[in-house]
Structures are given as C-alpha cells and as structure tokens.
Design a protein around this ligand. Structure first.
Ligand code: DC
Length: 234
C-alpha cells in the first residue's frame, strides 16, 4: 500500500530523560514513513538562545518574547534531526552539559510552553507525525491515536546519556545520574504540563531492551490502529 493511501495517525512518545525516546521515535518514524519531531530540541534551543542573550529563567517575559520571535526549524537527517535557529545550525550546542542543566528551568515558563505547543500542534496538523517529549500525550496532542510512555531504570538512563557524551564526557556517571534525577524532579513537579503518564498511554519499560525491539512493538501497534498490519504479522 502506498504511504499516501494509508490512513495516518499521530504518535506521542513521552517519558523521562534518557529513556530512549528520541532513538525509538526516529526508528518508528523511519519505518512508518512519518515525520519525527523532537520537542526536547525545541526547549533546548530556546534555552541556548536565552543563555546566549544573558537571560536567566527568572526573566519569564523576556524569555517568552525571545521564544516567540525565534525561528526554529527541525530538519530530518540520517544522524538525527538538525536544528536551525534563526538560520544557524545549533544541533550540537543544544546538547551541551550547560543546556542539560538549565533546560528544565526554562521549560517551566508558561509563555515558552504555549509557544512551543502551538508550533508542535501546527506540525502535527496533517497527521503522520511521531512526536517525543514530556507532555505530548497529555497536553500537546491529547487526541493522538497512539500514546506511549517510555521509561527505563535511572542507572540505565544515565549510562545511555554517558555513552552519548563520547570520549571526553566531562562528567562522571554518578554526577550524570544525579543531574538526570534532578531534571526528572523539576519536570514532574512543574505546574504547567508536568511529566506524567497520560491515562491512555501504553507503558513501555526499555530497560534491557534494544531500541529496535521497542520501536518494532510501537510500529506494530501503529499498524494495528491504522489497519495496515497483515494477518501473518499479527
Ligand atoms: O528530551 P530532552 O532531554 O531533550 O528534553 C530536554 C528538556 O526539555 C526536558 O528536561 C524538559 C523539557 N521538555 C519539556 O518540558 N516538554 C517537552 N515536550 C519536551 C522537553
């Protein structure tokens, strides 16, 4: 069946830091020929730009102004998604330790969240989107046809992030585990759109499982919902 004729759905993948959301979401998008949207990258971009402008997360209205005027583009690529902010490639800078530590504070700002959610809903309007984040199934796309809450043990999540940082991580595994726990706490306790499993989200624990396995399971659910799974695959 050609992808154009296949009914398309939106898939929301939420969960804590390091659960493997972006790797899994990218694979699901690849297999279903959908568009992958990394919403964490959007909050990271606002954070980077605000920090570069000398703003702190306490300056909510100035950060909101910045978020509203910022042009953020997510471009698909083989190595993941390229993030272009006001014409500049910020893909690697948004992954720095400093952004990691600050992003949850900037992501608490209501004006920033409203702006990001508006852009995200626009991207999902035509369906055929796999979106990962913290509040996609609960707030951004509450009508998403398939919702997954992806998690893994704190140690495994820290280990995955540690490996991503390469040969010179600049941080110990223990420190990273603490940073991740702190980020989870802030994300879960914030007033607006906190990190929480949507009542209708399927819980998936990726501890000890490969990203391919988890993605395969989600693709199968997607195919069941769209009615595109063949009898022998069921
Ligand atoms: O997925 P990530 O680690 O790149 O996300 C970075 C931060 O952005 C995360 O700690 C909280 C925030 N975030 C959010 O508040 N809502 C989202 N939908 C996605 C990310």
């Amino acid at each position: 069946m050609s992808p154009q004729l296949t009914p398309r759905i939106n898939i929301a993948i939420d969960g804590p830091a390091g659960a493997g959301k972006s790797t899994v979401a990218r694979m699901v998008a690849r297999d279903m020929q959908y568009i992958y949207v990394d919403t964490g990258a959007m909050y990271r971009t606002v954070t980077l730009k605000a920090m570069e402008a000398g703003l702190s997360a306490d300056e909510a209205s100035r950060v909101t102004d910045l978020a509203e005027s910022l042009d953020i583009r997510l471009l698909p690529g083989p190595e993941g998604q390229k993030v272009i902010a006001d014409g500049e490639d910020v893909s690697s800078r948004i992954r720095s330790l400093e952004v990691n530590r600050q992003v949850s504070h900037f992501a608490k700002i209501e004006g920033v969240r409203n702006r990001m959610a508006e852009l995200q809903r626009r991207m999902a309007k035509e369906k055929g989107v796999v979106m990962d984040g913290r509040d996609i199934g609960t707030h951004v796309l509450p009508d998403a046809e398939l919702k997954v809450f992806l998690t893994a043990s704190p140690r495994e999540r820290a280990l995955r992030r540690f490996k991503e940082l390469g040969d010179n991580p600049g941080v110990t595994l223990e420190q990273l585990e603490k940073d991740i726990a702190e980020r989870d706490r802030i994300d879960q306790e914030r007033e607006i759109a906190p990190l929480v499993r949507a009542a209708d989200a399927r819980l998936v624990d990726s501890t000890g499982r490969s990203a391919e396995q988890v993605a395969g399971e989600i693709v199968k659910w997607g195919q069941e919902i769209t009615g595109t799974i063949s009898a022998e695959e069921k």
